[in-house]
Design a protein around this ligand. Structure first.
Ligand code: PGA
Length: 255
């Protein structure tokens, strides 16, 4: 049974005041059971958001981590530090990290391994650009992104991981993938893992990300291989995000 999951990627948004208001709204509105809910604040706020969400059903993760565990890496945050302040998850390979900060597939793979070594659940983000989709190479690109991590971490590592399919052209653009477009790639990703390990493929949770909002969440969650969402902009408003969580609740677990 795959429990639905809704994750909020706050990106570089928020302040102590705004975070307190947002988390209070989430904690108030969220029930226990139903979808698993995780928020990803900027690193500097992770510890405080963990405290604000304590005792609620809202888990907290980091948006990024260092490839290294400790040492002379000015400006970086290790997985162990995120874990130390109460984070349970971390995004790895978000397209903004790949494109704006030059993270290569090899770097993403090292970060995935570093996350697990620190006791965090990595949320591996994959997805094609618009040019790649138009060139018909979406599956090739996604497979290559997965291959890089599987080669280093092994297929079995994905028992303790989540995958987010985020077509780059749908992120922050208001142009979401259609449910059928999302489903096709999600089925491809599940098939990729099933080919190596049927149980793993069956149990792996694959989130969709890219302009998810309350008004389109239910139809995306209605697709057989969409197990939840990684939500950016719409995760910054408690009401909107809670409505997305409700849509995931009502779809329920599957698999
Ligand atoms: P968006 O961002 O929902 O604002 O498109 C999604 C993401 O980048 O994770």
């Amino acid at each position: 049974m795959r429990r639905p999951i809704v994750a909020g990627n706050w990106k570089m948004h928020g302040s102590r005041e705004e975070n307190a208001r947002l988390v209070a709204g989430l904690v108030d509105g969220i029930g226990h059971g139903g979808a698993e809910v995780i928020v990803f604040p900027p690193a500097v706020y992770v510890a405080e958001v963990v405290r604000l969400a304590a005792g609620s059903a809202v888990a907290v993760g980091g948006q990024n981590l260092c490839t290294e565990a400790v040492g002379a890496y000015t400006g970086e945050t290790s997985g162990a530090m995120l874990r130390d302040v109460g984070a349970s998850h971390v995004l790895v390979g978000h397209s903004e990290r790949r494109t704006l900060y030059g993270e290569s597939e090899a770097t993403v793979a090292v970060k995935f391994v570093a996350a697990q070594a620190a006791g965090l659940v990595p949320v591996l983000c994959v997805g094609e650009s618009l040019e790649e989709r138009e060139a018909g190479v979406t599956e090739t690109v996604v497979a290559r992104q997965l291959d890089a991590v599987v080669a280093l971490a092994g297929l079995g590592a994905f028992v303790q991981a989540l995958v987010a399919y985020e077509p780059v052209w749908a992120i922050g653009t208001g142009r979401t993938a259609s449910p059928d477009q999302a489903q096709a790639v999600h089925a491809f990703i599940r098939g990729y893992f099933s080919a190596g390990d049927a149980t793993l493929g069956d149990q792996l949770r694959v989130l969709y990300g890219g302009s998810v909002k309350a008004s389109n969440a239910a139809e995306l969650f209605g697709m057989a291989d969409v197990d939840g969402a990684l939500v950016g902009g719409a995760s910054l408003k408690a009401d909107e995000f809670l409505r997305i969580c409700d849509a995931a609740h009502s779809v329920g677990g599957r698999g």
